[in-house]
Write a protein that binds this ligand. Structure first.
Ligand code: EPZ
Length: 419
């Protein structure tokens, strides 16, 4: 298992560009199951492990993918392929459940393994299933699998019990081929959902209201092919901007939308970092004297839970005491004890963590437990005095393309130890 060896402290200085968004590319890949046979080309598909896993699943489901002119062309090449997502794949990446809606809508049948537990929380998919049942699907759970069938999905009104990102995406994709109009309420409003709706409308769907609480989908008989460019990854980009503040550096993120990052940029400004958005990018600089400030994670446009761990690293260096309330996932503070190994003073109590700043972190051997926790520890290692070794970076590779190279280009001393 590879590790990162980091020598700190370093200031992050320079320009960086985010790759395509993992959490926009995953539903986009699932959507390649929908077209009637015409190819769908996706640009800016990030080279991360979760994407490779999804491509393997698509291949199993009869969708071939081929690199071409800076994009990836997806086309159905085995019409009689299975319509099931096996446990072996789903257990490695729960987002595989995103093939459920498209398979059901396109073929009237889908068999998808239940995802099971996850390091950061229980993460049930009941809302996905209730949404598909509202469209007329028969859904059964047996032997660890969801079996869903529908001779024809029908438009309906459905209200999610809570805003769920992949739940909204799954039901949205299914509703595109349902007979009649579907109205989805209490939807998640993440930019990745807007990107998916833009892709689907490009290939012939009729969706309005994506990014709002209520989305309306007029079903169509079939979807064609087309081309789409995935939005930049706001979580990856946000990670480097938090790194700029933590290391008291000066980083410009090129090509990302300030609107998608607004919840983070507002918090960085509140903490005392300087945030400038210009044509050439989003620039974050920080000198000493950052202020601790309290934060609640929340569905978009609230502060993203996927930046919570990185934010905690920043708060260890800020003056005063700050509190983070994690409201989305019940077990997402596993980075706290690792930060404490580096000299941070963090006290976790259920869904809240109090961080006693301003501490100079010291390098240590630490262990990554999930994707965003690993990003937090890497940033902490760049800012810390001395050597840090981050173990289990396979978590990081799920969602960060070439992180050590991007950090090196910003002046960090990070090396991969191939073990
Ligand atoms: C998406 O997960 C992201 N993953 C997650 O990113 C992200 O943390 C999360 O949204 C929240 O922003 C992808 O897009 C692939 P939810 P998702 O359904 O869709 C509960 C990363 O680091 N819920 O919006 O699985 C659920 O338990 C990953 O890139 C139900 O109870 O999250 C949670 O408490 C980690 N029943 C809340 O809703 C359901 O059927 C929000 O979860 C669905 C969700």
């Amino acid at each position: 298992m590879d590790k990162f060896h980091i020598v700190g402290p370093s200031r992050l200085v320079g320009r960086v560009r985010a790759s395509g968004a993992k959490n926009a590319a995953l539903p986009a890949l699932a959507a390649t199951l929908l077209p009637d046979g015409e190819p769908l080309t996706l640009h800016r598909v990030p080279g991360v492990r979760d994407i490779r896993t999804m491509m393997r699943l698509l291949d199993h489901l009869g969708i071939a993918s081929e690199e071409s002119e800076g994009g990836v062309v997806f086309r159905r090449d085995r019409p009689n392929a299975d319509h099931d997502a096996p446990y072996d794949v789903v257990k490695t990446m729960r987002a595989s459940v995103l093939v459920l809606g498209p398979l059901l809508a396109r073929f009237g049948h889908a068999r998808v393994s239940l995802p099971g537990g996850c390091a950061i929380g229980v993460r049930p998919i009941d809302q996905h299933l209730k949404g598909l049942e509202a469209l007329g699907a028969e859904v059964h759970l047996s032997h660890g699998y969801v079996e869903a069938t529908a001779s024809q999905l029908r438009g309906a009104r459905f209200r999610f019990d809570m805003p769920t990102v992949t739940g909204t995406e799954n039901v949205l994709m299914a509703a595109c081929l349902a007979k009649g109009t579907t109205v989805l309420e209490n939807c998640a409003r993440e930019p990745e959902i807007v990107d998916l709706a833009n892709l689907l409308n490009t290939i012939g769907a009729r969706i309005s209201g994506a990014g709002e609480e209520t989305i309306v989908i007029d079903g169509v008989d079939g979807l064609g092919g087309g081309e789409h460019t995935i939005i930049p990854d706001r979580i990856e980009g946000g990670t480097y901007l938090i790194g700029a503040a933590l290391t008291r550096g000066d980083v410009t993120l090129e090509g990302s939308s300030p609107a998608d990052l607004a919840p983070l940029l507002d918090k960085l400004a509140e903490a005392g970092a300087k945030v400038e958005t210009t044509e050439s990018g989003i620039r974050v600089t920080a000198s000493d004297g950052l202020q601790g400030c309290d934060l609640d994670t929340a569905p978009h446009p609230g502060f993203p839970t996927d930046l919570q761990a990185q934010w905690m690293a920043l708060m260890t260096s800020a003056d005063g005491v700050s509190t983070i309330r994690e409201t989305i996932f019940e077990n997402r503070f596993q980075h706290a004890p690792e930060l404490m190994r580096m000299g941070a003073d963090v006290r976790v109590d259920g869904g809240s963590a109090r961080i006693y700043g301003a501490r100079r972190l010291t390098g240590a051997a630490v262990m990554a437990t999930d994707l965003r926790a690993s990003a937090c520890l890497v940033l902490a290692g760049v800012a810390a005095d001395g050597e840090t070794v981050v173990d289990r970076i396979y978590h990081l590779e799920r969602g960060y393309e070439g992180m050590e190279l991007k950090l090196q280009s910003l002046g960090a001393r990070v090396a991969r130890w191939v073990v």
